[in-house]
Design a protein around this ligand. Structure first.
Ligand code: 13P
Length: 260
């Protein structure tokens, strides 16, 4: 029998938190999480801004907290004349093993394309990192009935370039752009339909049963259970509600493998 997919709750802090705010958050979250056995918890990922990555990573190790520390983006190349960019080697240097790639804000404001997201995904895998690859349609695309076609293109662009053995190693986040930061969560059944569609497309390139697929877009404690109980949603990528330990822990509790 296939092993069940362990849920993931990832907090994407975006461009928020100084190092001091970041360490206060980690300490507060650790206070709450400590009372739980690891088997009761989803995998917990925090994605601080670059400036806080090193501090948070060291703090998590010192506390012995079961938190994965991830970067929010990275450059695909190892080094070179790319002012301001951060490479996979530099993240590895800090002990960072996970990275969010192709977030819609990167696509929208920093010109990331399916091509660059694919290059970054390949770079992450080359360096033994776990990429969380983000896909999702914009409001107009949904209104024009293009959701499935947009998702298909974004998934095929990446998966067609990967080795079959890489498919279980990647994490995919379905984040409908219209649901991000708007308070308009995608209805659970519809989010699940799209996540199942994603699994179907991944499956055309190799085994997709172990690939974890997250939903993101206005995830809060009170809608987590409905989303997580769906067959093809394996966790959440959380923005606003991941900034406070209280609200993030509320989501973690509703996503625990035992209550799911
Ligand atoms: P919100 O949870 O604030 O809608 O953000 C979602 C997101 O973009 C996570 O990457």
């Amino acid at each position: 029998m296939a092993t069940p997919r362990r849920p993931i709750i990832a907090g994407n802090w975006k461009m928020f938190k100084t190092t001091q705010e970041a360490t206060a958050f980690v300490e507060a979250l650790w206070q709450k999480v400590q009372s739980r056995a690891t088997a009761e918890l989803p995998e917990i990922v925090v994605c601080p801004p670059f400036t806080a990555l090193s501090t948070v990573k060291q703090q998590v190790e010192k506390l012995g907290a079961p938190f994965i520390v991830a970067a929010q983006t990275m450059e695909s190349r190892d080094n070179g004349a790319y002012t301001g960019e951060i490479s996979p080697l530099m993240l590895a240097d800090l002990g960072i093993r996970w990275v969010v790639l192709g977030h819609s804000e990167r696509r929208q404001y920093f010109n990331e394309t399916d091509e660059t997201v694919t290059a970054k995904t390949l770079a992450a895998l080359k360096h033994g990192m776990t990429p969380i690859v983000c896909v999702g349609e914009e409001l107009q695309e949904r209104e024009n009935g293009l959701t499935d076609a947009v998702i298909e293109q974004q998934i095929r662009a990446v998966c067609s370039q990967l080795q079959t053995s890489d498919l279980p190693k990647i994490v995919i986040a379905y984040e409908p752009v219209w649901a991000i930061g708007t308070g308009k969560v995608c209805e659970a059944a519809e989010a699940n339909r799209v996540c199942a569609l994603i699994r179907h497309f991944v499956g055309e390139y190799g085994p997709a049963e172990q690939t974890r697929i997250l939903y993101g877009g206005s995830v809060k404690a009170d809608n987590t259970q409905a989303l997580m109980s769906q067959s093809d949603i394996d966790g959440g990528l959380v923005g606003g509600a991941s900034l406070e330990a209280e609200s993030f822990f509320g989501i973690i509790q509703h996503a625990s493998p035992v209550t799911a």
